[in-house]
Write a protein that binds this ligand. Structure first.
Ligand code: SF4
Length: 228
């Protein structure tokens, strides 16, 4: 890991980053997304499965109908795979997704009494659930201040803190320390980071010239090309 900041500087930057990201999220974030308004872990899991490799706008329509038709793992477990496949066809990858969702519902019903578990280790044992999806469930529904460390958050924090050559595990540890402990603030921060990284700190052309994090960003202050 490159260390171009002292611990104190990094701590101050963390506090400032939280404040600015949450402020940006309050004004520009996608607070209307239906899965961000739910505290239901089953609905959160469904959204996570749908959002993989799929546009948000496509997911919104299917998600609402799906959670209405299958409000619990038991409801999905009882349904025919063909019906599930038909409902999610607009998302693409319907064969694989339908099979995965049916497997997930089966395990939840048979091993967890039809409920989504609230422990990280139990979540990670569910079919199709990795570290990121488990973090989503814990953050959104069980008030655990987990980081949603996807490619967007990785890019943003690597640029801001000048992280290079960092392992996956080190990144998770680092990202954990960025998330506020208060659960409401933790959600706003995480969602803010995801939205901000997609809208401003883009992969190819970051909009550094209009970025509210410009003065605290290692990428921008190290003479990297800035794109308006
Ligand atoms: S200044 Fe540029 S690289 Fe840094 S966070 Fe903002 S958009 Fe991303």
């Amino acid at each position: 890991m490159r260390r171009d900041l002292s611990d104190e500087e990094r701590l101050n930057r963390v506090e400032e980053l939280r404040r600015r990201i949450i402020s940006w999220y309050e004004r520009h974030g996608r607070k209307h997304l239906p899965w961000r308004g739910t505290r239901d872990p089953w609905a959160t899991l469904i959204a996570a499965f749908f959002l993989r490799k799929t546009r948000t706008s496509h997911v919104e329509k299917v998600y609402r109908r799906f959670v209405e038709r299958f409000p619990t793992p038991r409801a999905l477990h009882a349904a025919a795979e063909e019906e599930v496949r038909r409902m999610i066809t607009p998302l693409g990858l319907e064969n694989r997704r339908a099979r995965q969702l049916k497997q997930l519902a089966k395990v939840l019903v048979e091993k967890h009494g039809g409920r989504v578990p609230s422990e990280l280790d139990d979540l990670l044992c569910l079919p199709g659930v990795g570290r990121y999806t488990a973090a989503e469930v814990l953050l959104a529904c069980f008030d655990v201040p987990e980081p949603l460390l996807d490619v967007n958050m990785k890019r943003l924090i690597s640029r801001i803190f000048g992280l290079q050559g960092v392992s996956e595990e080190e990144l998770w540890e680092f990202a954990k320390r960025l998330v506020p402990q208060d659960p409401v603030e933790a959600r706003k921060f995480n969602y803010g980071v995801l939205d901000f990284a997609q809208a401003v700190c883009k992969a190819r052309k970051p909009r550094c010239g209009e970025c509210p994090l410009n003065d605290m960003c290692s990428w921008a202050t190290s003479g990297r090309p800035q794109t308006k």
